[in-house]
Ligand binder design. Structure first.
Ligand code: 13P
Ligand code: SF4
Length: 331
């Protein structure tokens, strides 16, 4: 006879939940009983953002994972984010509601290929975006996120060549700002690459007063026409302080939930993707998490993130460096 634990090796649990259950209430109850904390990325569905203990961008979430006193971290995000939490908080149980919640950008950078790239370009400092596997972080000198990439690159010895991976759009954006010699990996996010400059400009004709705001993972033409470029958290902060009333938002649609919460009177229009039938401004990986999966993950304390200890130790150093530098900059 199988039992529920046998499903663990398949990375998911398929369990019927009583439809009468009040999921948010039961989830919060379990968090209290188990001393668990829910860390959610801004790209999660609205219902998850509403029950989270903490909502943030990838930098804020890693900082939170490093300092929480909880015994369990339920990571409502994608695999590399939960893995980062486990790397810096190894004594905690880190749960990811669906182990298949990956990231096309992280996937575009395989450890074997990255090792080769490093070997072909010795004497470089290796900076990796947090959207990478633990194996890539283990090959990295310092990790960055879109919130701190600029400050991290500026901290590096001025004459040193830099390998930057895997996001070419963020890499080129920072290269342009800093004039640093950077060898950039050819990776991109399938959500942020999809925004259509033509359709954004078309929208701008209709909403001439709107400001275009974009995540640096967007393609260069989208960044060129943007009024403000920043990480998810920076975009949120910007709309809160800025005086305009309408924004065309070129990043994953989940952030609009918080934007509408903090600026109830303002209008936020999701930037249109090239193919409007694809729903491409939704990250299909981020949207794999549901309240049902969170309930099951907390109840059975799985699926759990497990990392080889040698890899973890090597990956921990560049993440800690990032956290230390961010603190110095007040990020
Ligand atoms: P942030 O660093 O803004 O959270 O972005 C993470 C991400 O996955 C963007 O696609
Ligand atoms: Fe990865 Fe793009 Fe999804 Fe962010 S939005 S998690 S970069 S696939």
């Amino acid at each position: 006879m199988y039992n529920v634990n046998d499903l663990k090796e398949f990375g998911y649990l398929k369990i019927d939940i009583d439809p009468k259950i009040d999921l948010p209430l039961e989830i919060r109850k379990m968090c209290k009983e188990k001393n668990a904390v829910i860390l959610a990325h801004y790209y999660q569905i609205d219902e998850i953002q509403d029950i989270a203990d903490f909502i943030g961008d990838s930098l804020a979430l890693s900082q939170q994972a490093a300092k929480t006193n909880a015994d369990i971290i339920l990571f409502a995000g994608v695999h590399f984010m939960a893995e980062t939490a486990k790397i810096i908080s190894p004594e905690k149980k880190v749960l990811l509601p669906d182990l298949k919640a990956g990231c096309s950008l992280a996937e575009s950078c395989k450890a074997e290929d990255f090792k080769k790239f490093k070997k072909e370009n010795p004497d470089c400092i290796v900076v990796s975006y947090v959207n990478t596997s633990a194996e890539i972080k283990a090959l990295t000198d310092i990790v960055c996120t879109s919130s701190n990439a600029l400050q991290i690159i500026e901290c590096l010895p001025p004459k040193k060549k830099i390998i930057f991976g895997p996001d070419k759009n963020l890499g080129n954006y920072i290269k342009n700002l800093t004039n640093r010699e950077m060898l950039i990996w050819d990776g991109a996010c399938h959500v942020h690459e999809e925004f259509s400059v033509e359709k954004i400009l078309e929208l701008k004709k209709k909403y001439s007063e709107a400001k275009i705001i974009a995540h640096p993972e967007c393609k260069k033409p989208v960044l060129i026409i943007s009024d403000f470029i920043g990480s998810t958290a920076a975009l949120l902060k910007f709309v809160e302080k800025d005086k305009s009333n309408t924004y065309i938002v070129a990043t994953e649609s989940g952030i609009l939930h918080q934007m509408k919460k903090v600026c109830k009177e303002k209008l936020f229009i999701p930037a249109p993707p090239i193919d409007s039938t694809c729903g491409c401004n939704n990250c299909n990986f981020m949207k794999m998490n549901t309240l049902e999966k969170i309930y099951i993950a907390l109840k059975y304390e799985m699926p759990e993130i497990i990392i080889d200890e040698n890899i973890r130790l090597m990956a921990e150093k560049p993440i800690k460096k990032m956290i230390d530098i961010s603190e110095k900059f007040g990020l």
